[in-house]
Design a protein. Structure first.
Length: 398
């Protein structure tokens, strides 16, 4: 088998340098290499397999992936120089795998086996919001934000393209797997022609990065709430920041002497223009994985107000360290977090504030800290088991 792995999917998308789909793709890539190659010598364990990769030289690509390609002598093709179809045709590729599906025409390729992970149908589930325009930094991002999630755009752009994809899956020309029971049900709800088709669910894997870094200036361990993915409006951190700001203004300093750290912020003005308590907030740009892990580990609690998730990594990152979580009660989040999170309506600032207040209660805090440890153990066990199954599915040996 000659397999072409789409590394473009693990590179930055929209305004996000790091994203869940990218983390997923990196973890699957690492597991694939571990499955195919001897750990020490770098020799392939099965001579019938060979991996090729495609990436975008104009975008960030993690150094560990570049190093792995060099170590195992994996050809790395630049999409700016050769199209996916050219690479497939010239290298006798019979299996193509992408950890994220792209609607761009260049990925509508012909290959013996087309395998991909369908994380969900956010493009069809999400409702339009003009907030997206405020978060956009470039003209192209603003233009996209003007139409993305609008009804007419869904009807005439997203729906036909996804319909074509669903048809290819139904006809057996494309094989799909997904990352949560929510995503599988959502896919079948939007595309009933797939209702009786088996789409396996393999929980999203994540690499257990070791925490290493420093806290921002004037921020103390266990004296801050953490929010992540601040560059993307769909993550809904703006409402959470408003909830914190309201709470700080209504309480005496002794009643709430915490700070709020928000990572992944590329347009700080979106958050600060109406803040009354700016000194209590720390806005960071994207941080490296080890630093992000360090922030999760040392936080008092993690708030996850996301509007839409196919799986949702961040709560598990905090639960790993028994850090209590309050999260949106929507899409896949309750499935992944189980009874280990305090849930809220992500569109309600007052309800988010309510859950923050609950986390200030020592008994509730301790209860959800214990729940977090137990839930992380459950989910991480399934993630590890499912990762091997996902690799075998990609290789057609399931």
């Amino acid at each position: 088998m000659n397999l072409l792995y789409n590394l473009v999917a693990v590179q930055p998308i929209h305004s996000a340098k790091f994203h869940g789909g990218g983390s997923y793709g990196e973890a699957v890539f690492g597991a694939l290499l571990k499955y195919l190659y001897a750990n020490s010598s770098g020799t392939i364990q099965n001579e019938t397999f060979r991996i090729f990769c495609i990436y975008d030289s104009k975008k960030y690509l993690a150094l560990n992936i570049i190093s792995a390609c060099k170590k195992y002598d994996i050809p790395l093709f630049d999409i700016n120089e050769k199209s996916p179809q050219e690479i497939i045709d010239k290298n006798l590729i019979n299996t193509f795998y992408t950890p994220l599906y792209s609607l761009e025409k260049r990925w509508n390729i012909e290959v013996e086996r087309f395998v991909f992970t369908w994380h969900g149908v956010r493009a069809l589930e999400m409702q339009y919001s003009k907030v997206g325009i405020a978060f956009a930094k470039t003209l192209s991002q603003k233009a996209e934000a003007l139409v993305r999630y609008r009804k007419f755009w869904k009807k005439y752009y997203y729906q036909p393209k996804y319909q074509s994809l669903a048809k290819r899956i139904a006809e057996g020309k494309v094989q799909a797997m997904t990352v949560s029971e929510h995503s599988r049900a959502s896919i079948k709800a939007f595309f009933p022609e797939l209702m009786h088709l088996e789409i396996p669910v393999f929980y999203s894997p994540v690499a257990e990065t070791e925490a290493n870094g420093n806290l921002p200036e004037a921020v103390e361990s266990k004296k801050y709430f953490l929010l992540t993915s601040g560059a993307r409006w769909e993550k809904n951190n703006l409402r959470a920041v408003m909830a914190f700001d309201d709470l700080i203004s209504s309480l005496h300093t002794n009643d709430f002497n915490f700070k709020v750290v928000v990572t992944g912020v590329t347009n700080q003005k979106v958050y600060t223009k109406d803040l009354r308590n700016k000194d209590r907030f720390v806005f960071l740009n994207y941080v490296e994985n080890e630093q992000l892990e360090f922030l999760h580990k040392n936080a008092y609690a993690f708030i996850f107000p996301s509007l839409n998730e196919g799986f949702g990594y961040p709560p598990m990152q905090s639960m790993r360290y028994a850090v209590p979580v309050a999260a949106s009660g929507t899409t896949s989040i309750p499935e992944i977090c189980g009874n280990a999170a305090l849930y809220f309506d992500p569109y309600s600032v007052s309800e988010i504030k309510n859950r923050i207040i609950q986390l200030l209660d020592s008994e509730i805090y301790q209860d959800y800290s214990e729940r977090a440890k137990h839930r992380y153990s459950e989910v991480s066990k399934r993630q590890k088991e499912n990762l091997e199954k996902a690799v075998k599915f990609i290789l057609g040996s399931h």
